[in-house]
Design a protein. Structure first.
Length: 290
């Protein structure tokens, strides 16, 4: 009898997302046994520094990649937005989920907050766009979603910004005070999408019920845009793709902090040209093509 060992970070949200994959596997074939293997990543352990100062998004996948390479697990589950742009060719992404709500949200304390406290924010991307909306006194905030909510409710912040997807998957939608439109705050590439990795050449047909072809095109376009801008964890770059009928539309945000440049643009075309669209939009916003 086949057993699939599923690797995941050990946070509550990560486990919920891994369980979504496990449920899809069981729906595909109820005879397949599954085993959840959780671990703390370096990114989960170092919480007193911002990601750009300690190595970027790769710190959230390092231990999981090693477990996959060593054969300790058969697949690994990630929030796609937390994965680095360069992925080990021996550990390809073999399935992506339907996108949950891609927007960012504002969450306020459960009781009246101290307005003099800072607004907690985990990324330059959000910080830059929040300032354009008139928010000020913004300070970095690290930790998993539950940890951030605890810091908020303990009075350390007057409010915090998070991805809607994680809040909804945790069943905490009632905590959301404001949804920011994608025009107000453009999301991180692949925000709301779950990615599954496996070893190259391994049979993963059991993920058929989980994989979304449309999300694959969407994520390819967004990641191609970010990669073409060389946008890592420390960059405020953002991307959001969606379908209008059969047409794929990609919105992108390019920021050059040294030159004080912030430009948004849109590209659209066939889904099959998702990667080309991402690269073209990046080049256009950088002024490399007209």
């Amino acid at each position: 009898m086949k057993t699939v060992r599923v690797g995941s970070r050990d946070s509550k949200l990560a486990v919920i997302q891994a369980q979504m994959v496990i449920d899809a596997i069981k729906n595909f074939d109820s005879s397949i046994k599954t085993e959840l293997v959780t671990m703390k990543t370096t990114g989960d352990k170092i919480l007193d520094k911002t990601l750009d100062t300690i190595g970027g998004k790769g710190l959230f996948v390092k231990e999981l990649d090693e477990a996959l390479q060593n054969g300790d697990v058969d697949i690994t589950v990630h929030s796609y937005k937390d994965m680095p742009m360069e992925i080990n060719a021996e550990l390809p992404v073999v399935a992506v989920s339907e996108r949950e709500d891609g927007r960012d949200v504002l969450i306020l304390p459960v009781t009246e907050g101290d307005k003099s406290k800072p607004l907690g924010c985990s990324s330059k991307r959000r910080t830059l766009q929040l300032k354009e909306l008139g928010f000020d006194n913004i300070e970095p905030l690290r930790g998993n979603v539950i940890t951030r909510l605890e810091k908020l409710d303990n009075g350390e912040y007057r409010g915090i910004t998070l991805a809607a997807a994680g809040i909804k998957r945790l069943g905490l939608e009632n905590r959301i005070s404001r949804y920011f439109t994608v025009e107000e705050i453009m999301p991180a590439a692949c925000q709301g999408i779950i990615a599954v990795q496996a070893r190259k050449g391994e049979q993963t047909n059991y993920l058929a019920n989980f994989h979304s072809i449309r999300s694959k095109f969407i994520s390819d376009a967004e990641r191609a845009f970010v990669a073409a801008l060389d946008g890592g964890c420390s960059s405020p770059v953002a991307a959001y793709a969606y379908f209008e009928g059969e047409k794929l539309v990609l919105k992108g945000l390019y920021v050059n902090e040294e030159k004080n440049i912030s430009i948004k643009g849109t590209e659209s075309g066939r889904a099959e040209d998702a990667v080309k669209m991402g690269i073209l939009l990046a080049k256009r916003l950088k002024g490399e093509v007209c």
